[in-house]
Write a protein that binds this ligand. Structure first.
Ligand SMILES: Nc1ncnc2c1ncn2[C@@H]1O[C@H](COP(=O)(O)OP(=O)(O)OP(=O)(O)O)[C@@H](O)[C@H]1O
Length: 131
């Protein structure tokens, strides 16, 4: 059976079934992230706690927007970081200086987003500190 990418390359037509299959693939990726990546599990617990705190304290629209933006950014960075790790390990299983650099730079992306998320958390939940 051909993959969606192969069908598209051969000029295959738009298919609603393929689009649903893409959604299933993305949800499968989310599952892999949570099951296999320990950092993602920490992000999940923190996100649940932050959302619960937001519900308890009654945030306004802007505060919710910032919280969701921060959570989404961290998850996006973690997803790309993990995807890059899988590709690196598949392409170059042995130790290589550039693979080490690639993984460290991708991890830096997660760190940058996490620092932003912490700042948002402080701005939203500790009003006296940053505003
Ligand atoms: N193939 C490799 N060649 C050279 N260095 C590597 C290689 N794989 C990993 N490293 C180095 O080891 C570090 C840890 O990588 P590893 O893949 O073991 O953990 P990780 O999955 O990045 O950790 P985390 O779960 O914290 O994201 C990397 O940041 C990189 O510096």
């Amino acid at each position: 059976m051909r993959t969606k990418t192969e069908r598209r390359r051969r000029g295959g037509q738009f298919s609603l079934l393929d689009r649903f299959s893409s959604l299933r693939d993305a949800l499968n990726g989310l599952g892999i992230l949570i099951v296999e990546q320990h950092n993602a599990r920490i992000h999940l617990v923190v996100a649940i706690c932050v959302l619960a705190l937001g519900l308890l304290t009654g945030l306004n629209g802007l505060e919710w927007l910032l919280i969701f933006a921060a959570i989404s950014l961290v998850w996006m960075a973690e997803a790309f970081n993990s995807a890059l790790e899988y590709v690196c390990d598949a392409a170059v299983p042995e130790a290589h200086e550039l693979i080490g650099k690639a993984k460290d730079v991708a991890a830096a992306g997660v760190l940058i987003c996490s620092v932003f998320a912490v700042l948002v958390g402080v701005w939203v939940f500790v009003p006296g500190l940053l505003r």
